[in-house]
Write a protein that binds this ligand. Structure first.
Ligand code: TXA
Ligand code: MG
Length: 345
């Protein structure tokens, strides 16, 4: 299959790219689109055959459910069997934006979207191109991140092309994604509501609307063998570069010393550090954001993980993000990239 790449200006999204995307989506095809979090691989959520193509194109395990993307609250009523007041309050506060809610699934959404679960994950993206494509296609769009399963999520069209060329008919290029990590997933089917995946909307922000909110232990800890998860996505080794990643927790001076010693032993390793630390960390060093700016870390992490694999090193030693605020989302992705390997310095 030939993969076409069409640019679309987020400041003026209506045009050829959006028209072509909508046409393909209505015909049951897949289209990669930009969102404010990461690029998504979209299909008509109401068409089980189209949704099946997503799993094939990504090599995604069949038991990992998808997020359904909507453009307005009518979309929410279509997807969810019932819309509790909590959902409307969250929508009011954070939509459109990087928040996904899990609710009881309506009969209109085929089981394959939710991997057979009785719930559905719904999100209203704020990216103008994503919103325009959903509106123009006139249907809710099932869309996981547009990477091959197990690869870092794509934050620009070039990364989508690296994984999806030849597998899908169209990539819409809307520039770099602003948030850089996937949306926060919160389930309203647990009492109290529970964060299944941290993202750009923090647990503290959710608490201001919902009251008590818990964070699923699987967000920061590996699963025990056979342990049941509420969100199947959490059980896979995700966000994995090919290079082995090890997190070093501790101050910069100890970090730099540790890497220097490894290099002196002859280890071919890179430093996945914070901006401005390149000199201290020694070459090669790859910064993924600034130390006291978790939003910049979120924005830079997946790009850095992809670049890591082009350096030809065995190991990358990563600086450890703070586990608070948006930093929790960065930590959650990085510990998975590191297969939970952390060394306390
Ligand atoms: O920001 C995002 O959310 C991006 C963009 C494209 O919108 N999408 C995304 O989709 O990250 P994906 O498929 O890579 O991640 C979906 C996550 C998985 O961890 C999955 O297990 C969880 O959402 N999920 C989906 N439906 C669920 C459900 N019914 N119950 C619990 N977890 C669910
Ligand atoms: Mg994904």
């Amino acid at each position: 299959m030939n993969t076409q790449l069409l640019s679309c200006d987020p400041a003026a999204p209506e045009g050829e790219a959006v028209r072509r995307a909508a046409e393909l989506l209505r015909a049951g095809e897949l289209v990669a689109i930009p969102t404010e979090t990461v690029y998504g691989l979209a299909a008509n959520a109401l068409d089980p055959k189209a949704v099946e193509k997503i799993f094939l194109a990504k090599g995604r395990p069949q038991d990992n459910p998808l997020i359904v993307h909507i453009a307005d609250l009518d979309g929410l009523r279509l997807c969810a069997k019932e819309v509790p007041e909590q959902a409307l309050n969250l929508a009011q506060a954070f939509w459109p934006g990087p928040l996904t809610m899990v609710l009881p699934r309506s009969e209109r959404i085929p089981g394959i979207c939710s991997a057979g679960m009785p719930t559905v994950a719904v999100r209203m993206p704020s990216h103008p191109v994503a919103a325009a494509v959903i509106r123009a296609s006139g249907v809710p769009l099932a869309a996981p991140s547009a990477n091959l399963s197990g690869r870092p999520s794509p934050t620009c069209a070039r990364h989508v092309a690296l994984d999806m060329n030849g597998r899908i008919p169209l990539i819409v290029d809307g520039g770099d994604c602003g948030v850089g990590v996937e949306s926060t997933v919160v389930t309203l089917c647990s009492d109290p509501p529970r964060v299944l995946r941290p993202g750009g909307i923090t647990p503290a922000q959710l608490s201001r609307v919902l009251g008590e909110v818990t964070v699923d232990p699987a967000v920061t800890k590996p699963l025990a063998p056979g342990q049941k998860v509420l969100s199947p996505g959490m059980k896979y080794k995700h966000y994995a570069p090919k290079t082995r990643v090890i997190i070093l927790r501790g101050p910069l001076a100890r970090y730099a010393e540790y890497i220097r010693a490894k290099r002196a032993e002859g280890e071919n390793c890179a430093a996945l550090c914070f901006a401005g630390e390149e000199e201290a960390a020694g070459s090669p060093a790859l910064p993924y954001g600034a130390e006291n700016d978790p939003a910049s870390q979120a924005k830079g992490l997946f790009r850095a993980l992809r670049r890591l694999d082009t350096l030809g090193v065995e190991t990358a030693y990563a600086r450890c993000p703070e586990e608070t605020g948006v930093g929790l989302a960065v930590y959650n992705r990085l510990i998975r990239a590191a297969a939970f390997t952390i060394i306390n310095l």
